[in-house]
Ligand binder design. Structure first.
Ligand SMILES: Cc1ncc(COP(=O)(O)O)c(C=O)c1O
Length: 382
């Protein structure tokens, strides 16, 4: 199997795994316990927090460990909106966001009575400074715009958007779950108040993440109970995963240049070849402002789910944007937000590269793809 789905998840780096292992059996204490085993575990969590803070350029007490990117997004949005109780307040976000953000925003509107406005995106799926500036009003509490899009790879101008937010005195959250593997996540350079991260997108374990919370940003706790994580997120710390998360993030930053140099030429080769050799194909997302490991397309008159199955049978693990509903596939919200008609939007394909991808994998994929596209088009026309 040739794995071309690194935006879905990544394997745990062996160096990360080695750091995690002692915290499963030898140092299994609960960081909240007073005794020495507890202290050892607490020291490991403290060290991980310092490590994450040094990557993000913030204070250790501005990091809240969570069970992943989704939970960090939920805590940011629900936490900040509920801390500003008046339900006549607006939250601004875009339809291109991951459901962890967009569905949370919808729930805030439906269940809590907050006001939700969808920000316009341009043809590449980017939220522009103008679209945010236009939407902000006196009653806006927060805006949430993702750093890099999981489906189409587009990188949003976060520092510029955060400036608009600051000038208007509203909170700014960014979901950096995809971005952290390749982009600078220094929170002061970005100017964000809240930022979500998830470990399994950068060779850390699944089920662990973090939310950066700028000092002074009030949040309503999201899991109530013990006083872990500054009383914002109760529950016994998942020590080995927190240790793994921090080490994986450190490695991602230390090795960012080399990792980018490894994947980018292969990504460019895929984009160039697909657009040149496959008729009725279009790149989705921004041609330049995109993640260096990310290639995404739509193909006219192609059933994206069938294409994925054929690719799987041919030995390639890729992904698409359409949610598979038996007999009634629906195009993804993201592709639809870009303005594609259904005959294009249903044929989306995402190829994301990573540490183990080789030029041979890419060549083999590029040799296989055209015939599978042809096959799905033939079946479509029956
Ligand atoms: C942009 C983005 N946000 C949030 C998430 C959710 O992260 P997790 O799987 O850690 O809950 C993902 C994962 O696919 C993502 O790509």
């Amino acid at each position: 199997m040739i794995y071309l789905d690194y935006a879905a998840t990544t394997p745990v780096d062996e160096r990360v795994l080695a750091k995690m292992m002692p915290y499963f059996r030898e140092n299994y204490g609960n960081p909240s316990s007073i005794h020495r085993l507890g202290q050892k575990a607490e020291a490991a969590v403290d060290e991980a927090r310092e490590k994450v803070a040094s990557v993000l350029g913030c204070r250790a007490d501005e990091i809240v460990f969570t069970s992943g990117g989704s939970e960090a997004d939920n805590l940011a949005l629900r936490g900040a909106m509920l801390a500003n109780k008046e339900s006549t307040k607006w939250i601004l976000t875009a339809k291109t966001e991951h459901p962890a953000v967009s569905k949370t925003a919808i729930q805030l509107e439906k269940e809590y009575g907050f006001l939700l406005e969808w920000l316009d995106v341009d043809e590449h799926g980017a939220v522009t400074v103008d679209s945010l500036a236009k939407a902000v009003c006196n009653n806006t509490t927060m805006a949430s715009v993702m750093y890099a899009n999981n489906e189409i790879g587009t990188i949003n101008p976060i520092a510029n958007l955060a400036e608009v937010a600051k000038a208007n005195n509203i909170f700014f959250h960014t979901d950096a779950v995809q971005a952290a593997a390749y982009l600078d996540v220094n929170v002061n350079k970005l100017g964000v108040d809240l930022m979500s991260l998830g470990g399994h997108k950068f060779y850390g374990p699944k089920g662990v993440g973090a939310l950066y919370v700028r000092k002074g940003t009030k949040l309503v706790p999201h899991l109530t109970g013990g006083s872990q994580e500054f009383s914002l997120r109760a529950g016994t710390h998942n020590v080995p995963y927190i240790v793994g998360f921090a080490e994986a993030l450190r490695l991602a930053v230390d090795e960012r240049e080399a990792r980018t140099a490894h994947v980018k030429p292969m990504r460019d080769h895929i984009i160039g070849t697909v657009l040149e050799t496959i008729s009725d194909s279009k790149l989705t997302g921004h041609p330049e402002q995109r993640l260096p490991n990310h290639a995404s397309f739509v193909f006219k008159d192609v059933d994206g789910n069938l294409l994925l199955q054929l690719l799987d049978a041919a030995g390639f693990a890729c992904s698409s944007g359409s949610a598979c509903k038996t007999g009634n596939p629906e195009p993804s919200e993201v592709i639809t937000a870009l303005g594609y008609s259904r005959d294009w939007a249903l044929g989306s394909l995402r190829i994301t590269l990573g540490a183990d991808t080789t030029p041979e994998h890419v060549d083999s994929f590029l040799k296989t793809l055209p015939s599978l596209i042809k096959k799905t088009r033939n079946l479509n026309h029956r």
